[in-house]
Design a protein around this ligand. Structure first.
Ligand SMILES: [Zn+2]
Length: 279
């Protein structure tokens, strides 16, 4: 039986993490993943590319590196308690949000039916004037957002998923965007799972410079501090269960004074996470 984890008042039983590369999740959200897995939430990783560009060694081949990175990602997922690890196998560094990629991600969402979808914000192009985001990260985030609306949630999108594969449409309750140095609306306390996150990160032996672990610890410390935690991970949360499009018969009300006040409070609770890591 699946267990329930509360996230901002929502019941979470299943979560899916959609990222571009093996190791993206360990740098970014593995503390939250470890916490959820520990609580019994069924977490699925959906890694879109094969990681085959991640080496500067002239003796390395894309074929060998692909296998190394799959193995590293599986090891990290095992440490975190991730239930399913799906590799879509697109070439690392060549990713575009094509119809083929969109269908493949929509298929996984319809199969695993997550309550929450975690991905990287595709509007994040430059962080702290120090880091140019990898275009695969942007493409993966874009595909994830398109899966919310319309790819995974709309019956007539990719109708073959429904007619041939019998996969019903699915829309998660919430989208969680890794904040990555931008304003966040939720900080998850990962103090008690930070060591598990670091252990999972270390599984990516082929990718880590000597500074990686210290960098991730510093990010966690800085992110947590703003919310009063020893370590944290921050997200922007999009609550899809409140999506007006889901309630077409209910008339939209103008903002009341109370709701405007609540919005101001939410904005005041915003935390910033700053990160300059390369991945
Ligand atoms: Zn990456």
């Amino acid at each position: 039986m699946l267990c329930v984890m509360k996230l901002e008042g929502m019941d979470i039983q299943r979560a899916m993490v959609v990222y571009a590369h093996p190791d993206d999740a360990e740098f970014g959200v593995a503390g939250t993943v470890a916490k959820w897995s520990r609580a019994g939430v069924e977490v699925t990783y959906c890694m879109i590319t094969n990681g085959a560009s991640g080496s500067d060694d002239p003796k390395m081949t894309r074929e060998r590196l692909r296998e190394i990175r799959y193995a590293e990602q599986r090891a990290a997922a095992k440490i975190l308690g991730v239930k399913h690890c799906v590799f879509l196998g697109y070439e690392d560094g060549y990713l575009y949000p094509t119809l083929e990629v969109r269908r493949d991600v929509a298929r996984q969402i319809r199969i695993h039916r997550p309550d929450v979808l975690v991905t990287m914000d595709p509007t994040m192009r430059i962080a702290d004037d120090l880091y140019v985001n990898h275009p695969d990260h942007i493409a993966a985030g874009e595909v994830a957002l398109r899966s919310i609306n319309p790819d995974a949630s709309t019956r007539q999108m990719f109708p073959e998923l429904w007619t041939d594969e019998h996969l019903e449409p699915h829309k998660p309750k919430a989208l969680l965007l890794e904040a990555f140095g931008r304003p966040a609306t939720v900080v998850v306390d990962i103090s008690d799972v930070l060591e598990i996150k670091v252990k999972a990160l270390r599984a990516h032996t082929s990718q880590l410079g000597p500074e990686a672990e210290a960098m991730v610890r510093e990010w966690a410390k800085r992110t947590g501090k703003a919310a009063g935690y020893k370590a944290g991970e921050s997200f922007r949360i999009v609550r899809l269960e409140n999506d007006a499009a889901e309630r077409p018969r209910r008339q939209k009300r103008p903002p009341t004074r109370a709701r405007a006040k609540a919005a101001r409070h939410a904005a005041a609770g915003t935390r910033r996470r700053s990160s300059t890591g390369r991945r």
